[in-house]
Unconditional design. Structure first.
Length: 260
């Protein structure tokens, strides 16, 4: 899936690059014909309208890039919160009686193993709002065993410490999972692409007034815009592309290694 997603992102970026080059050329040709018609000098005021499209395009790319960056950083923070709450819950197990601790630690380790596996697998779930069955089962097993231990006389003192810590950990995991499904609507990307093509067409028309095609500028602009789109799409799915949060995910694996 990681390879497939990388191909999708590359194709989308390349399509925008080629599309912008095409519309720059179309705009140049239309602009060249318009400049040759009588009264063309009276159309200079159209630059105000062109600026409105360029400004809209700048706002779209700025807000889209800023949003993807914010979501990327937020997801890293959420994984860090999962690690912190898991570490706290693991320590709270020690408040149980010695004979009860291992009964809770065993399913707890299984739960963390299921989480690590769900974070490191390179697949995009069909339903991102549904938790993997392995994680759900491990969570139920951990909670059931913890409740059972806390209802005993030896686990009564741990009731007010262990169970809230487990609830906080489960909530942190749920929040991180739901955050993976938060992406801009597809319509936003469609409007972004159409605005980019419109800006390219108008930019080509403007360049036609000089009588030169300026290929370096054309390629540079198209490449820069397509590169920005590539980075935006990569950050939207930080476990599938080249821009990843593996370092944050590794923190959970490192915590699991300490759970002896």
């Amino acid at each position: 899936m990681q390879h497939r997603y990388g191909v999708i992102v590359f194709v989308a970026s390349a399509a925008l690059f080629l599309g912008m080059l095409l519309f720059l050329e179309l705009g140049w040709r239309v602009g060249a014909r318009t400049a040759a018609t009588p009264g063309a000098e009276k159309k200079e005021g159209a630059g105000v309208l062109d600026s409105a499209v360029f400004g809209l395009f700048g706002l779209l790319i700025g807000f889209t890039f800023s949003g993807s960056t914010s979501r990327f950083d937020h997801r890293r923070e959420l994984v860090g919160n999962v690690v912190n709450t898991a570490g706290t819950a693991w320590q709270r197990i020690e408040t149980l009686g010695p004979e009860l601790q291992e009964g809770v630690r065993i399913p707890f380790r299984g739960y963390i193993d299921a989480l690590v596996a769900s974070y490191t697998v390179d697949t995009m779930p069909k339903d991102p709002l549904r938790e993997p069955a392995t994680v759900t089962q491990a969570q139920q097993a951990t909670w059931s065993q913890a409740v059972k231990a806390c209802l005993t006389k030896e686990g009564e003192q741990a009731r007010m410490l262990l169970l809230p810590a487990l609830n906080e950990m489960f909530g942190a995991v749920e929040e991180e999972r739901l955050a993976r499904s938060l992406h801009p609507p597809t319509l936003v990307y469609v409007v972004f692409a159409l605005t980019a093509l419109a800006a390219a067409f108008l930019g080509g028309s403007t360049m036609a007034r000089t009588g030169h095609r300026y290929w370096i500028h054309r390629v540079g602009v198209a490449f820069t815009m397509s590169l920005a789109v590539f980075v935006i799409l990569e950050m939207e799915y930080p476990r599938l592309g080249l821009i990843r949060i593996d370092a944050t995910d590794q923190a959970l694996a490192d915590l699991r290694a300490t759970m002896k």
